[in-house]
Design a binder for this molecule. Sequence first.
Ligand SMILES: [Zn+2]
Length: 299
Amino acid sequence: MPELPEVEITARLLSAALEGAVVDSARAPGLATMQTFKPPLDALAGATLTGVGRRGKMLLVGFAGGGLVTDEDPEGRATLLLHLMSAGRLQLFEKRATMKDRTARIVIRLTGGADGFDGERELRLKEFGTRQSAWGRLLRRADLEADERLRTLGPEAWPDPPDLSILPPRRTLRGALRDQRVVAGIGRRWADEVLWEARIAPLRRAGDLDDDERAALREAIRVRLDEAIVGYADTLKLPLKDKMPVPERVHGHAGEPCPRCGDTILAVHYESDEMAYCPTCQTGGKPYKDRRFSRLLKD
Ligand SMILES: [Zn+2]
């Protein structure tokens, strides 16, 4: 699942390549993917891509001109807001998607771009699996900030994480950190990583932390997301792989030794979620073994 670092890297690389590219055509083979109809996606034809940004775990692709121009909006500025959900990716291809490509959800054909590419490319929102949960909304600039998906986002987790006294006291730390209305950008992977970094038990109640622990957790968010983005982003190039390499230490590493203390990393499962932690570093040596704990992952 792409979280803040992966989405930030995607935005930077695509923006550097595609700024100034002109849209030839835009369509949505994923019938359920577009959640807005005005302006229609095909109004992007003739528009210039003005940049790719990020808010929380969402991508914002800016456009201006072309079919977006109206009497009320002579500059024709609009943003395609995209949420990749768990299995979506926004990637750039030099080959056209075939009609048979079942992963294509939104296809934007472009010419040119800031990287000097000479020819036609496709910016494609693709999604693995048969479920269509990734979504897009094409919003005029005047309507963007009022969109409830942006309006309800909490403060950005990076580059300057908020004071964590904002975490709802009765929620588990892992649940509160992943709630986009509380802090924007962190999901399962980075919640596990920052709690491990701060040596704090993931299922503690947010209100139980003392000031030092809250400060340590905030610093862990800053340090680990910095590590995953700053410097690292410069080592990656387009085309991005389906599974972007990320510097994980515990999430997805259950059964392996903790890189800090050597104890075995454990995991708690709930439905498709897997929470990884180190018992020595985080839970006073005690594993979460009771079924009660897996239910807490719902929070
Ligand atoms: Zn450890």
